[in-house]
Design a protein around this ligand. Structure first.
Ligand SMILES: C[S@@+](CC[C@H](N)C(=O)[O-])C[C@H]1O[C@@H](n2cnc3c(N)ncnc32)[C@H](O)[C@@H]1O
Length: 424
């Protein structure tokens, strides 16, 4: 049923985008040109089902899901891994995904340019949306990652890069955790990845918590809306509050957790303190966005600080799409974490960047009292008083940071990306 609705969604989406006319133009423009379609997901399946593609000389479909695909064909077209496109030497690559630039930025464009292979969107893109797409491309990345075992799971509304998703997957495959906790679900891409990875593990379960019941990027949709029905039997989703509201229901003995929530103070620091009493001594804590502040100026460094403060064996991916350092990290907690928990409470004394509701502040005092010694709860309470002062001062003074950030993004990121991507 959900699948059926999705197909209908795509179908009306294609009509709204006037795909019929786009196809007609492409058929004329690309007559006798060799074409590879990049992206063989539901969007392409829908196009293939409802439109006549016989006027296009499609020599192959490329998709990451074909990296380890046994069959030679998919929907009657030769199916290849994206890394094979160059060998096929097509004239055009038509990118058949909703987020065009998310794909383009992962392609080794220099190699395509060298062979004079043109990359264009299958759906067509108007000027405004092109500018919007380029605006959203982060600052220049260093490496292009071509190979992956993750297939479509990466591209579907994911907020993680390919290397980050692979890192998360490998940690789960190596550790085989029974009880996993996830804070920060959004559309559900990381939940899907975790659930897909544990689907054959006996007795493994994922508990996910998100502050928002509606998907934070589009309130018309629900948090976790992309998680496929067939993976939901091992999933418990809690939404509509901070973690402390749900942790007693979820219970202890958590083997692994993923923290991916606010990325600004107190954010993940406070979240970690809410969940810590329920983690196994050697729990693996994965934190996303540990170097987000290196990608955008004036971006908070909450996750970096928390990652550094945790005690245990740390690991990061061996490669990254980012310029400086991987943006995801894991800590396998050690026995010393308990003695060092003061360090994490201490981080609450950093300036808070958003207001936590009075009700949550009060409930958290009570909650922390159950699990932590008096002096740590007092530290929390002092941090709350200080944070109120900081936030009061911030609202009283005009804040130009936001405008400065936009200017910086325009000159340092948008302009170089515009030069690089506007021809696609
Ligand atoms: C960056 S997104 C998560 C992305 C997701 N992990 C993925 O990779 O697909 C952040 C999410 O955290 C949620 N959130 C923000 N603060 C939170 C908190 N303190 N506890 C739980 N969820 C929170 C937001 O509603 C949003 O859905």
């Amino acid at each position: 049923m959900a699948e059926q609705n999705k197909n209908n969604d795509f179908c009306s989406f294609l009509k709204r985008r006037n795909f019929k006319s786009r196809l007609k133009k492409l058929t004329q423009k690309l007559k006798n040109k060799k074409i590879v379609i990049y992206g063989a997901g539901q969007l392409f399946e829908e196009i293939n089902r409802h439109y006549d593609l016989s006027g296009l000389n499609i020599i192959a479909l490329a998709d990451r899901k074909f990296n380890d695909y046994e069959e030679e064909k998919f929907l009657n077209y030769p199916a290849v891994s994206p890394s094979k496109i160059i060998e096929l030497a097509p004239d055009y690559v038509l990118v058949s995904t909703l987020k065009y630039f998310d794909v383009v930025k992962t392609m080794d464009k220099d190699k395509f340019d060298e062979k004079n292979i043109k990359i264009i969107p299958f759906l067509g893109i108007d000027f405004i949306n092109k500018i919007k797409g380029i605006w959203q491309i982060p600052e220049r990345t260093t490496q292009n990652v071509q190979s992956s075992q993750l297939g479509d799971l990466y591209l579907k509304d994911s907020e993680m890069t390919l290397s980050e998703s692979e890192f998360l997957k490998n940690i789960i495959l190596n550790k085989k955790p029974q009880k996993i906790l996830e804070l920060g679900v959004a559309a559900g891409a990381s939940s899907t990845l975790i659930l897909d990875t544990i689907k054959d593990f006996e007795n493994s379960q994922l508990y996910s918590i998100d502050f928002n019941t509606e998907y934070y990027r589009n309130p018309q949709k629900l948090t976790g809306y992309t998680v496929p029905e067939e993976l939901k039997s091992k999933w418990q989703l809690y939404t509509g509050g901070l973690a402390y509201k749900f942790m007693e229901k979820i219970g202890g003995d958590i083997d692994m957790c993923l923290l991916d929530t606010m990325h600004c103070n107190p954010g993940e620091i406070l979240d970690f303190l809410m969940i810590y009493p329920f983690l196994k001594k050697d729990c693996t804590v994965v934190i996303h966005d540990i170097t987000r502040h290196t990608q955008f100026q004036n971006c908070p460094d909450t996750c970096c600080t928390l990652f550094s403060a945790l005690t245990g064996k740390k690991s990061v991916p061996s490669y990254t799409e980012y310029k400086y350092f991987p943006n995801i990290g894991a800590v396998e907690l050690s026995d010393a974490m308990k003695e060092n928990i003061f360090n994490v409470f201490m981080l609450l004394m950093l300036d808070w960047e958003y207001r936590v509701s009075d009700k949550d502040i009060k409930n958290l005092s009570k909650y922390f009292r159950k699990y932590y010694p008096q002096e740590l709860v007092e530290l929390y309470e002092k941090a709350v008083v200080y944070s109120k002062e900081v936030l009061k001062n911030m609202t009283e003074k005009p804040n130009h940071t936001h405008i400065k950030q936009k200017f910086r993004h325009f000159f340092k990121t948008f302009i170089p990306n515009f030069i690089e991507y506007s021809k696609y």
